[in-house]
Design a protein around this ligand. Sequence first.
Ligand code: F6P
Length: 555
Amino acid sequence: MMTESTARLTALPAWQKLKAHYEQISDTHMRELFASQSNRFEDFSIAWEDLFLDYSKNRITEETIQLLVELATEGGVPEAIESMFQGEKINTTEDREVLHTALRSDVNKPFIIANGDDVMPEIQTVLEKMKGFCDAIHSGQSTGYTGKTFTSVVNIGIGGSDLGPHMVVNALKFYQKDIDVYFVSNVDDADVSETLKKVDPETTLFIIASKTFTTWETLTNAHSAREWFLRSGADEAALSKHFVAISSNIDDAVAFGIAEENIFEFWDWVGGRYSLWSAIGLSIAIAIGFSKFSELLAGAHAMDKHFRETPLEKNMPVILGLLGIWYNNFFGADTQAIIPYDQYLEYLPSYLQQADMESNGKRVTKHGEVVDYSTGPVIWGTTGTNGQHAYFQLLHQGTRLIPADFIAGIESLNNVGEHHRLLIANFLAQTEALVRGKTEAEAKITLEQSGLGEEEIEMILPHKVFPGNQPTNTLFYQKLTPYNLGALIAMYEHKIFVQGIIWDLNSFDQWGVELGKNLAKVIFEELGDGKPVATHGQSTRGLINYYKRKSPKDS
Ligand code: F6P
């Protein structure tokens, strides 16, 4: 039964102390905080392997961090971390363990979960199958039905079966082998049609990626791809050379027509949005080769160890999670921007949208109580410097508090002219501008120096003031390698985990996507004939009937 929140979180002593502390420091400008703490950069930064996090440009003091760490402790974060790594069934509403960390664990060591099973042997079996499959494609030993080597792969999936692999394949394009990898996700026929225009049926491998193998969009796209393939002249027997599936639902994949030996298994203890480390990463492994895929896993594993073993106050994902809570729950920030100054990370914000918003976009606690505090923020962003010429105006002079993560590599992979220096100059300049701003007095001096008259200065001056005090985290990685990318993604996964624990949510279910899916099934049937409907609410009924009237009659 659903009850009003028992306010477990907001009653915690640390929460109460943070509330009082917020009252004390919320009006303090970061200029003052920097002026009063000469070691702020050293105190508020974490160096770990090839990653460096500077979180000094936040509206925090030593006391803030101390209280936030207290909140994490009182909120049970250390115990929750252990529960996840020990394979307890922390996904309570689906009665499942949460074991994506096992997928990237050391294959030579057992990973014994709470019920006593070692999950590593089955993980290893699938990894070996993936390796054999990738190697055969790369060596040309495995070919299409006419004997030609594969030149393209089309991954058909959506949500976690698309966003993770798509983001990673794009991010690691620099390392890509001589094979094109495409992603079809949207049920809009433009997606599949435009992709199929680019590939040749004789040299294309289709990967049907769906954990449940019931997802409407994916199955529809898979059917269309199969029909296109057969229409091209290939016969049914050729299908097994060109279509493989990745799923935890072997029966439905077989029923779809995928040969059992062409199915790469994963398990219900891998959440869709945490699945790129599983066989769902097959498109990644084909794109960059299996050994580089293993490096991606190794980077994530190293971050897992950091997360599990490092004290909370020096733990990157914990600190990021706590800072997010500070702004979300005390400053009332509704959004969190992710701004990679790395074109290869173009799809990181959309990947993190699902990772974060599907995990923590919840309004009841694990125990079914309605929360009395806000939970997951809206995640958004694009690459810099592009964002600077789009929405940065609002960050600099708008009315909202928008915490932002700025992410960049120290080394360029391409080293063309001065591009990278220019990129990093912008990267650093923006966070400095966001923290410092420009006072009225400073703005006036600049205007006077430009030779403007008094009247003109008076008119333009308010427009030239920047309040500053906008919080940012700066994250550097040495170079965008598979290993560092693995670590970066795992860092965000764990940040989301920390927040979910503090908000007392089950971050591993996604019941919120069901209602719309079910309604779509009803409406799909209703759209199938020419008759007006009398069902639904006024607006939806009106729209359905308008659509039906305006749709071209059977061509
Ligand atoms: O959008 C809901 C969802 O279930 C996601 O959690 C999941 O990643 C996506 O659909 C795709 O699901 P599947 O891999 O089962 O096709």
